[in-house]
Ligand binder design. Structure first.
Ligand SMILES: Nc1ncnc2c1ncn2[C@@H]1O[C@H](COP(=O)(O)OP(=O)(O)OP(=O)(O)O)[C@@H](O)[C@H]1O
Length: 303
């Protein structure tokens, strides 16, 4: 279990992490979502004792990570896959990590096999692709067989097969009863493997809930209608209690009434309908709407 209490980190005038209080539970894959610069990496680094909080605490299994001897046995992490000595082989890199954490070297070949790097084990890491480096970073996280695992943007650089494999691995680790905390700035990456979500923006907690709760709250259904005379239909729909937004000259996006009700109203008004499409907002759209106000560098005209 990971527990954050009032966790805060300031850099000069920037508050990277702002009074975060939350619990990441064992037995679940928890997606840690937020736009770029939301404070995800800083939070993960504080959990691992690599960055000192300005105030508040972060604990792993009830203890500050820094106070845990042989840290890799308590929490494993992939933070920056590029942060390895390129001149070494994967096996030498993992063997050094194992020695430093009192882990038997036999474990090295086990984790290399688990991440599919057994055949590349003696090659220099410098020649690895980004995807292979991600796999090596995951192997390092698994080395100590820890109950808590943290991954910062683990899908970066992975091909579709790699993404599928990582999702399966995370689910398996959670099914074994471990705490799996995975950061991403894309909901699409998390919705197929996380069952809980923590969403932050500008360092602050925005949501902490199950994926099912998020989907139920977010998945608003709207009906897109095309008709040659929208003004008449807008008046009738508004009277019927619908919320109507114009999406093109002859097209409306309607919420609050069903497609059938819209068709009935149009028939009563003898208005032709050229389109009547029901669509449910994707989780990605819902996530973007939730964090829109906290996006650090917005593009386009939305701001
Ligand atoms: N060492 C540092 N010195 C100064 N500012 C920092 C430092 N580390 C992070 N920040 C700032 O803190 C804020 C949060 O950064 P952080 O990297 O934790 O966000 P993130 O959610 O991981 O973003 P990304 O998805 O882009 O990696 C940003 O505004 C960043 O510029």
């Amino acid at each position: 279990m990971i527990e954050l209490t009032g966790l805060t980190r300031r850099y000069g005038r920037t508050t990277a992490v702002d009074d975060l209080t939350l619990t990441v539970h064992p037995g679940h894959v928890t997606g840690f979502l937020g736009p770029n610069g939301a404070g995800k990496s800083t939070t993960l680094r504080m959990v691992l004792g690599l960055t000192t909080p300005t105030s508040g605490t972060a604990t792993v299994g009830g203890v500050r990570f820094r106070d845990l001897p042989r840290g890799l046995r308590h929490a494993g992490a992939l933070l920056d896959a590029g942060d390895v000595h390129g001149g070494r082989s994967a096996r030498a890199h993992l063997a050094a990590l194992a020695r430093g954490n009192g882990i038997g070297v036999a474990r090295v070949d086990e984790v290399l096999g688990q991440v599919g790097l057994d055949r590349a084990a003696t090659r220099r890491i410098g020649g690895y692709s980004l995807g292979m480096r991600q796999r090596l970073g995951i192997a390092g996280a698994l080395l100590g067989d820890p109950p808590v695992l943290l991954f910062d943007e683990p899908f970066n650089g992975l091909d579709p097969e790699g993404v599928r494999w990582v999702r399966g691995l995370f689910r398996q680790l959670a099914a074994e009863g471990r705490t799996v905390f995975v950061s991403s700035h894309l909901m699409g990456e998390m919705e197929h493997c996380a069952d809980r979500l923590v969403v932050i923006g500008r360092g602050r907690l925005i949501a902490e809930e199950s994926l099912a709760e998020f989907a139920a709250r977010a998945g608003q259904t709207e009906v897109v209608v095309r008709t040659p005379d929208p003004t008449v239909l807008v008046a009738a729909l508004t009277t019927a209690g619908a919320t109507v937004r114009s999406v093109a000259d002859d097209a409306l996006a309607v919420t609050g009434v069903t497609g059938e009700r819209i068709a009935d109203l149009a028939l009563e008004l003898r208005l032709p309908l050229y389109q009547l499409t029901t669509r449910t907002a994707s989780l990605e759209e819902a996530f973007m709407a939730l964090t829109a106000a906290d996006v650090e560098y917005a593009t386009g005209e939305d701001r």
